[in-house]
Design a protein around this ligand. Structure first.
Ligand SMILES: *Cc1c(COP(=O)(O)O)cnc(C)c1O
Length: 345
């Protein structure tokens, strides 16, 4: 079998790209009289931020025992996903694969970048339909396979044997979105990037680190792949205040652990209480901080909850009669349970 060669799957114009060299690339250091970047000399947020987020990456490197060169930080995972298309897919020619129902941004980004999508629906157990997938693995135009694990909106982990099979048999990029991995209680595929040169693992500080507003997405991959992200990204893609917020969130390990256990405890409570509500038909297994719930009439329940100012995510259009509900604070969950009990239909 042929082996993976990174240069073969990088877009030609990206291979040839000479990246923008910003003022902060040429001089590194914090001390001095800075007259190089046309910044305003007054104020608190007047200086451009570190383009490579060194402090943040040092923290991630220590926490996860991985070299800084194998870490990329983006303006949310959404930027990481978009850059992935721009690095690997030639518009109008290349293709990307995904397994719906899944996170909507893979398809939106594909369309924005004029990349054809191959969509293979998950099977009844919300796992990858391997027999349907296998014939596509040799398609020379297929550059990216997106695997969301745990998957949004179904909530379950994808079988690691299936992921490894794809990693071993596909000569393009396997992008594993682990936005919810901290809630899943298993180890990340990040630990396998040495083994698989075609693997990119994406994580985010938006969920388990409670930092959705700061927009911090992380990619882990070989240093060769990360070099391409650094070449293609806008120079100052993560703002100074957001780099700082991310560093602080990663430093406070105790707060992280306490919040996570509070969420998991509340999830258990919802899993225990929700089945007592007559309109609830089924609660799917969840490896995340949300629950996918089948109701007798999702559209109706959803609108009635909205009328009570309780906002959930109606997924009826993608999974029959299902609503996705995020685990909230104890007070919020009590309000939800009370409302659903009152609706009682
Ligand atoms: C919430 C979520 C993200 C997070 O995206 P950010 O841009 O980092 O906030 C990524 N992937 C999935 C599957 C998600 O559900």
């Amino acid at each position: 079998m042929k082996s993976f060669v990174l240069q073969n799957i990088i877009r030609k114009n990206i291979l040839a790209l000479k990246p923008y060299s910003c003022a902060r690339d040429e001089f590194k250091g914090n001390e001095g009289v800075f007259l190089d970047a046309n910044e305003n000399p007054f104020g608190n947020l007047n200086r451009y931020p570190d383009p490579y987020q060194s402090k943040l990456k040092e923290k991630l490197s220590q926490l996860n025992d991985i070299a800084i060169e194998k870490i990329f930080a983006g303006n949310g995972s959404d930027e990481v996903i978009d850059l992935t298309f721009r690095i690997f897919c030639t518009p109008g020619k290349d293709k990307a694969m995904m397994f719906p129902p899944t996170y909507g941004m893979y398809k939106v980004c594909a369309e924005v970048n004029d990349v054809e999508t191959i969509e293979i629906p998950l099977n009844e157990d919300f796992q990858i339909n391997m027999p349907d997938l296998i014939p596509y693995l040799n398609d020379e135009y297929l550059k990216l396979i997106f695997i969301c694990s745990p998957n949004n909106p179904t909530g379950n982990l994808i079988k690691s044997e299936d992921i490894e099979f794809i990693l071993n048999h596909f000569l393009g990029i396997v992008f594993i979105d682990e936005a919810y991995i901290d809630f899943a209680g298993i180890s990340s595929f990040r630990d396998k990037i040495e083994m698989y040169p075609n693997l990119i693992v994406s994580q985010t500080l938006s969920k388990s680190r409670a930092l959705a507003s700061a927009r911090i997405g992380i990619a882990y991959a070989s240093s060769e792949i990360i070099d391409y992200y650094n070449k293609v990204k806008p120079p100052y893609n993560v703002s100074g205040p957001n780099q700082k917020a991310a560093f602080e969130a990663l430093t406070d390990g105790e707060l992280f652990v306490n919040r996570k256990s509070a969420i998991l405890e509340e999830k258990q409570r919802l899993q225990k209480e929700l089945p007592k509500i007559p309109s609830v038909q089924k609660i799917y297994h969840s490896d995340t901080n949300f629950l996918l719930i089948k109701f007798n009439n999702a559209d109706k329940i959803y609108s009635e909850l909205i009328a009570m100012k309780i906002i959930t995510r109606n997924r009826h259009s993608v999974i029959n009669n299902c609503i996705r509900i995020t685990v909230g604070t104890p007070e919020e969950n009590t309000i939800l349970l009370k409302a659903l009990t009152e609706l009682n239909n």
